[in-house]
Design a protein around this ligand. Structure first.
Ligand code: NAD
Length: 497
């Protein structure tokens, strides 16, 4: 019988009583790996009630003990790094190296969460008036929830619950129904690290279960990562219900290539940044903007992309894996066809891609378009596949205008040998994460993940100091202790008259 993905409710891993189950398939073979439930309403209510109860005691646990749970968790995640990587590979089809990177970037956030005491320090001012002092405490909110996408099943849950829980909150995680087992394993290791019962709950489902979380009175804060339409729905519903929300959504990331950039570096970096992970990264480069003579690099780029071939997760020579589902593949193929119909020049077409031994995989080969214009669907829509669009402009100013006119603002990069060009770009571009000769500028967790514009709804971002502010309230205390009635005795003890 196919294994059923358990939920973590009230401290116990248990099989759902749901009658509604979806298959979770291996994207390279379509073999059913396991089945995931759509949690019943009773299970959702139980998870939320248990999280609310757990919060009351967890918030009282010393901050250093909360940090120690994170230290033990970080250690366990490292011990199980290969096993977690293999699980990510099975569910997503990512190559093993890529899957381990997914886990590693999550481990780095757990490391940062162990530093929570320093990040929860308040402020003090003595004598705000004569004999009156003010100080602030940073206190947890209560029950926080997280809704995560398929493309980073380890990293993105780990962006959320370790920081929220380290701050003293309890957390309900609803992972992607397309790869839910990774989250379950992360939760098992979290309990093994000493997290008390109820502090973390894992429920499964789709829209119905997400809407229950968004509409529940107990929930104080909502973290979401996923597509634009769902992100807008989650942000609107959560904030309409007067909850705090941070919603990370889709992207269209440009790399600007100046004529003085090192051609070999540009080609090498652009190949990995565009088709790596089958382009299923919110920070993937999907548009290359060549300034002036930089466009002479396009033939070499084409040749390098043509050498990349997808393959199974354990094929060490594979450049990347399959797309997550047949539906995702159909979407990408339709966008490639639209690119051709709308007049973009297709230099490399991966639509008819096969991989020996895996006839049923969701394969798409590296695809390269030139002369793409902003009105084309392949430019306007997030492709989320191994497709790179090239366009050429005459000046850096023109490149900046193009990037700034795009509604998204997740990540961008510039490749150049000129400090002045790089300085101008980083200053003027309206994108939240900028790389200079770095193609995918994902900040490490002592910073925050700072997408802008249509790529993010909210104000406080994921991980780093911003996450601590997102998952906490500031309480400001003003105090006055009149000493008129106090006798200061010679032996330094103080007693009332
Ligand atoms: P998705 O929006 O389909 O799903 C995300 C989550 O929302 C899942 O848990 C899913 O079950 C839930 N969901 C789906 N439909 C829903 C609905 N109608 N109502 C409520 N909840 C619903 O996203 P995906 O396909 O899993 O992930 C890919 C997307 O995520 C891409 O657009 C990518 O750019 C984006 N993403 C963004 C970032 C970022 O940091 N900006 C990071 C990773 C992924």
């Amino acid at each position: 019988m196919t294994r059923r993905v358990p939920q973590l409710i009230a401290g116990a891993f248990q099989e759902s009583a749901s009658s509604d189950w979806l298959p979770v398939t291996d994207p390279a073979t379509q073999k059913v790996l396991w089945e995931v439930p759509m949690a019943t309403d009773a299970e959702m209510q139980q998870a939320l009630a248990s999280a609310a109860e757990a919060f009351l005691s967890w918030r009282e646990v010393a901050v250093s003990e909360r940090a120690r749970v994170m230290l033990r968790y970080q250690h366990l995640l490292k011990q199980h790094h290969d096993e977690l990587g293999e699980l990510v590979s099975q569910e997503t089809g990512k190559t093993f190296a890529d899957a381990k990177g997914d886990v590693w970037r999550g481990i780095e956030v757990v490391e940062q969460a162990a530093n929570v005491a320093a990040m929860m320090m308040g402020e003090t001012v003595e004598n705000v008036a004569r004999g009156v002092d003010t100080h602030s405490w940073i206190q947890p909110l209560g029950v926080c929830v997280g809704i995560t996408p398929f493309n980073f099943p380890a990293m993105i849950p780990l962006w959320m619950f370790p920081m929220a829980i380290a701050c003293g909150n309890s957390f309900v995680l609803k992972p992607s129904e397309q790869d839910p087992m990774t989250a379950v394993r992360l939760a098992e290791l979290f309990l093994e690290a000493g997290a008390p019962e109820g502090v973390l709950q894992v429920v499964h489902g789709g829209k119905t279960q997400v809407d229950t979380l968004l509409n529940h009175d107990t929930v104080r804060a909502v973290s979401f990562v996923g597509s634009v339409p769902v992100g807008q729905h989650v942000y609107r519903t959560a904030t309409q219900n007067l909850k705090r929300a941070q919603c990370f959504a889709g992207a269209k990331n440009h790399m600007v290539i100046m004529p003085d950039a090192n051609p070999q570096q540009v080609v090498n970096q652009l190949v990995g940044a565009s088709v790596g992970a089958a382009g299923q990264r919110c920070m993937a480069i999907s548009v290359a903007v060549f300034v002036g003579k930089a466009k002479d690099m396009i033939p070499a780029l084409r040749d390098a992309l043509a050498k990349v071939r997808p393959g199974a997760w354990n094929d060490e020579d594979a450049g990347y894996g399959p797309l997550i589902s047949p539906q995702a593949k159909e979407r990408v193929l339709a966008l490639i066809a639209a690119g051709r119909e709308e007049g973009a020049e297709c230099l490399l077409d991966g639509s008819d891609c096969t991989v020996d031994g895996y006839p049923d995989g969701n394969w798409v080969g590296p695809t390269l378009f030139n002369n793409v214009t902003p009105s084309m669907r392949i430019y306007r829509e997030e492709v989320f596949g191994p497709v790179l669009c090239c366009t050429s402009v005459d000046s850096l100013d023109e490149a900046i205008t193009l990037v700034n006119n795009n509604p998204y603002g997740n990540g961008t990069s510039i490749f150049t040998a000129s400090g002045a060009a790089a300085r101008k770009y980083q200053h003027e571009v309206e994108v939240g994460q900028v790389g200079i000769n770095v193609p995918i500028p994902v900040p490490l967790p002592f910073f925050s993940f700072t997408g802008w514009k249509g790529s993010f709804y909210g104000d406080l971002h994921a991980y780093g100091k911003q996450a601590v502010r997102f998952y906490t309230e500031t309480k400001t205390v003003t105090s006055r202790w009149p000493d008129d009635d106090v006798v200061h005795e010679a032996n330094m003890t103080i007693s009332l008259k």
